[in-house]
Every structure is written in C-alpha cells, then in structure tokens.
Design a protein around this ligand. Sequence first.
Ligand code: PEP
Ligand code: MG
Length: 539
Amino acid sequence: MPETLNERILTGVPVSGGSVLGVCHRLADKRFTRVKGNPGEEAVALRNAISRAGKELEELSAGLDRLAAEILEFQQVLLEDDDLLEPVFSRIDSGESADGAWAAVFAGEIAEYQAADDEYMAARAADLGDLRDRVLRALSAPQSAGDTPPDGAIVVAGDLTPSAFLELDWTRLSGAALGAGSATSHVSILARARGVTMVVGLGELDETPSGATLALDGRTGTMIVAPSSETRARFQERIAQEAGLKAQEAEIARKPAITRAGRKIRVLVNVDDPSILDTLDPDICDGIGLTRTEFLFSEGPPDEETQLQAYETIVRWANGRPVTIRTLDAGGDKPVPGVTLDGEQNPFLGVRGLRLSLLDRSLFRVQLRAIARAARLGPVKLMVPMVTAPFELEEAREELDLAIAELSKEGLAHARPECGIMIETPAAALTAADWDADFYSIGSNDLIQYVTACARDNPNLAKLADPCNPAVLELIGRTVAAGKARGVEVSLCGDMASSPELVPLLLSLGLECFSVAPAQVGPVKLAISSTEGDMANGE
Ligand code: PEP
Ligand code: MG
C-alpha cells in the first residue's frame, strides 16, 4: 500500500535535529475499555491502577536526567494529591465507574490548566493528560505488545506525552513527527536535550500510514511522505553532508576559537540544567557564561545547602574555568510558583529578575550565601538579571556584603564573587558605561523583546522580533564599546550567540565572548574560524 502513495510535503514546526529518512511507525491510540464493578470494586480497581501507575513512573524516572525526572515527578506528586483524588472517589461512591470518574475529574483539571492561556500551564495540561491515560491503561486489560517501532523508524503520532517519549528507545529510532504540539512543549524540550530529530505541529496525519517511507527535516520543519526516488537521493546526500559537518564541528569544538585574522574569541556555555554537564567535556569551552538558576526553583525555593551542592557541582566541573551564576530570574516567561507575584497585568514589564530578589531579600540572601560559599572552589561570577538603573546593582552588592559578613561571622568558608549585570533592557544598554559592573552579559532574548516591543513567547511576532533589527545591533555595539572603554568583559549569552549565521555580524560589532547552548559550541567555533573577523570598530 505505501508504494502507491504520491509524494506529499507537510510543513510543521522545527524542534531539533537534522535530516532523516525512515519508515513511518504510527503509535496506536490506546483504548481503555473495561467492565464496571460495584462501587467497592471500582474503588479498589482504581487504587490498584494508581499504585501501578506510580510504580511505572518510578521505574521510568530511574536514571533519567533532572529535567526529565522533574516532568515525571509532577505526575507522581499528583497521584498522591488528595484534592485531586477525593472528588474521583466520591464520584465512584455515587455509582460512577472508576475510569469514568477518573477521566471526568481530569477533564475538568485539564480544562483549567488550558484556560490559563500560558505556555507553562499548557505544558502542565499535557502532563495531566499523560497521567490520565497512564492510569486508564492500568485500569484496562493489559495492552498487547506490538506497538514497538522497528529500528530506524520515524514515530508518527497525533501528539506524544513526555512519558510516552521517554519510554521509547531513541538510540534505535530516526525521529518523531507529531500532528500537534509547540516548540516549547515538554516533549520538544526533551527531544532537543537528546538531539532527537523532531517536527511538531504537522496537522492531520491520518493519511500517513505505518510502513510509508518518510523524509523528515528537523531544521526546516518539513516532512515528505512517500518521497520520490529523486527526493530520497537528495535527502541521502544531505544526510551525508550533515554527518560530515557534525564530525568537523566535533573536532573544532576541542580547539580554541580563532578567527581567520587571528583574533582569539572566548566561547562559554550556557547551563540550564546541570545534568547536561554529565556528558559534556569541559575542554570544549572557556567556562560557563550563564547558569540559569531557575532549574533549582521548580518546586519552590530551595534551601542554602541544596543550592550550594548544585553550584559546587558546576564549579568543580569547570575545573578552574570561570563560572557565571545568574541570580534567580523569576517572572515573565519563567514564573516560579510561590515566588513570582500573582495577578500582574504585564509580567514581562513587572517584578521579575533582580527586581523580585530585591523585593524578597530573605530569598535573595539564601542564594547569595550559597553562591559566595561555592566561590571558594573556583572563579565564580555573580550576575544579576533584568536591571534598569545602576542603583539596583548597588543594592545587590549591599546584599552581597551582608551575606558575606554573615558567612564570616559564622566561620563558613567563602569567597567574594565578581558582580556583573545582564544587559537586557534598552535603558541598561544605553547607559552601560555608567554602571560599576565587573562585567556585562548581553541577554539578547529579552533585549530584542524590549527593543522591538514583541513578546518573546508570541510566535505571531517572530518576523518582527528580529535579532538583526538595526536598533538591536546598535545597542549591542554600544554595550561592547562601553565594556572595552571600562576594560571589563562583555559576553552575549542570549540565543543570538548560538546562531552560527550571526557570528560574522557579532564579530563585526566587536564581540569577543560568546556564551552558547552546549550543542552549539562546535557550530559556533566553526563559524568563528571561517570568518575573517579582523579588529572591528576602528581598532
Ligand atoms: C536573555 O534574555 O537573552 C537571556 C539569556 O536570559 P533568559 O533567556 O533566561 O531570559
Ligand atoms: Mg533574559
């Protein structure tokens, strides 16, 4: 049947990876049919199913990295949440079936999360759907095997829950194509972290049967069903080119970054979750240019020891290279339950980043103490996010002084970190020379949204939120010049730095320090070494 299909091109949203060819394996929609018992039997059946689902999640979590485990942890916590379980059991008491009651209560919860119109909450709604289905599966008769994709297959599904993604062995599979989803959903984050080729948002996939040949491109977001022999040949050529390029990038990643004109450029990495360091060789970088400490706050504020342990792990990994730790940047696109303020009309222009830390000084103090204690192990640089006026840095320094005085009094070993700022607001960029900062790091993700007045999480504004807008480039150039005039380092740690195609432009603005996503070290170093990159700006 598949060979009678005509070639068809579908366009979706690119998530990760490059070009792959493979056979379509559709993940079957599971059905959850069962025979209903009396209320007592139904309650027991549900308790057993909940306990089985809990065990499955526990087994699945073992050995996963922190991010993946946290996604499953949210589901494990829900399985013990009385506020969720109580209405289910009371429906069963009133005569409803276990599966009916479970599905009905979850439908209400999922609708509430979806109504929040917020990407974070939408991702949580997907997690709830995942958990609902896991328990429904556990309630129904055991599934027959036969849904295991063959080696090299491209998995095709309407959507894929995080736990269904984690259950598949991606070392054997070529990629995933989903009808629904967004580039920021949890399953997309997991795919990117593992380098799995994935395209989402492809729409209706009913006419993509198992067994059909597929050509999937994770960079452009296209999927070709039943590619012609010419298309297949083109893809095979591209796959070979990408493999060659990957090998070149892996080789250059281990070398210092030097432009063709001989200019030495520092390449640092961004760390969003320290588990990425387990498989990363510190020799490929000149240090860590950004540690997003929000990963520690996903379950609410962590205590000093928890933070200290995390920061120490990172400093030890860096092995003498500088480590930039950014203080909590909660708010805007990074809400932290229990920490960020509720009900702000415009959270991107609200109490976020350092503004929040200065509002909750006790929370800030704990983080400053942990950072200063970790600094005894190596060169730590403390970076404050989302600043507008120099007095904010002064206040942060005063808090750091108090934290250090406390540690000295308590006899706890520590060292004073350098203190720098993120350049994310136009005000900070325009006045960079006036700040008494030990270093600057340009947060282009936020700088672009504040300069172009385009929310960074709004896909409809992608064209306007242009990193190459002359106003954005003007502010980057001014910041670099201000840093040079003051003799302090200027790096760029927003996504712009991770784009090889923007490297020549950034070098021409005088930038000499890039902080990039770990997977982009090779591509960015390759771009640096292929650029003339002579001294810009009249130097
Ligand atoms: C930025 O704004 O460019 C940045 C690096 O910070 P974040 O993306 O975490 O806001
Ligand atoms: Mg930012």
